[in-house]
Design a protein around this ligand. Structure first.
Ligand code: SF4
Ligand code: SF4
Length: 238
């Protein structure tokens, strides 16, 4: 049974909707990137880079700078291995906030030339240097190319409660894109994988559209928009 404790939504028992009775299809992580199944090290490297960029940093310590250089090198290595580049996509430069630049979410960064790239690439903030979306890192299949999908995957990042989360950040200009196929089935499979114990570690799957957030379950979702932060939503499996 799954129990969600989220401020604003109370404790929910949605166990009857969970498909983990042992009779359902078992999904492998490779289902999400058939040509390039992710390894646990990939996930951990992304955890590291995302942990770094959670901090709104003005000046990096030597240790953080070293970690960031390692994260950047891992991203470049992974891109080469997977054979993916941002190309004409700049969507993360619109959807994500950049505290160092006082840039809110869901407007273009003033330094972005959409479709062309960053005009301050060599001196972009650490939050930008350490980020690569889940599609770029090969976690999702080609159909998830962010510019076309209208969604950016923030892969395997830690939320404040210490839990690991996959966040699908949806462009509010097309807020229902995630409910379309094949995206919805992929998102539900991701939720299944994160909760089933079949992967090396458990993770939550959350869809975020502006101020709206949904905790995704294999056969449904819970609106957690009123929770103060993601750490208040605790999923336990029993
Ligand atoms: S969303 Fe992904 S593919 Fe698009 S610009 Fe950002 S990192 Fe590159
Ligand atoms: S500084 Fe550059 S990389 Fe960072 S959000 Fe702005 S345009 Fe994108």
């Amino acid at each position: 049974m799954y129990v969600c404790h989220a401020e604003g939504v109370g404790a929910l028992n949605v166990g009857s909707k969970a498909p983990f009775s042992g009779t359902g299809k078992r999904f492998r992580y490779a289902d999400f990137a058939p040509a390039n199944p992710v390894t646990c090290n990939d996930a951990r490297s992304n955890l590291m880079s995302n942990a770094l960029i959670e901090k709104p940093v003005v000046a990096l310590s030597k240790e953080d700078e070293d970690d960031l250089l390692v994260a950047e090198a891992m991203i470049e290595q992974k891109k080469k291995l997977i054979g993916r580049e941002c190309g004409e996509c700049s969507l993360c430069c619109r959807l994500f906030p950049v505290p160092e630049l006082n840039k809110p979410a869901n407007i273009w960064c003033e330094h972005c030339q959409p479709g062309k790239g960053c005009t301050i690439y060599d001196r972009r903030p650490p939050i930008c240097r350490g980020f690569a979306c889940g599609w770029l890192l090969g976690h999702m299949s080609d159909k998830w190319f962010p510019k076309r999908a209208g969604m950016v995957i923030k892969a395997f990042h830690k939320v404040h409660g210490g839990q690991t989360q996959m966040t699908i950040v949806v462009d509010p200009r097309a807020p229902n894109k995630w409910r379309e196929q094949p995206f919805l089935d992929d998102i539900r499979r991701l939720a299944h994988l994160g909760l089933s114990g079949e992967y090396d570690f458990d993770f939550q799957t959350v869809v975020r559209i502006g101020r709206h957030r949904y905790l995704i379950l294999p056969h449904g979702e819970i609106d957690i928009s009123n929770a103060d932060d993601d750490s208040e939503c605790l999923l336990v499996m029993a």
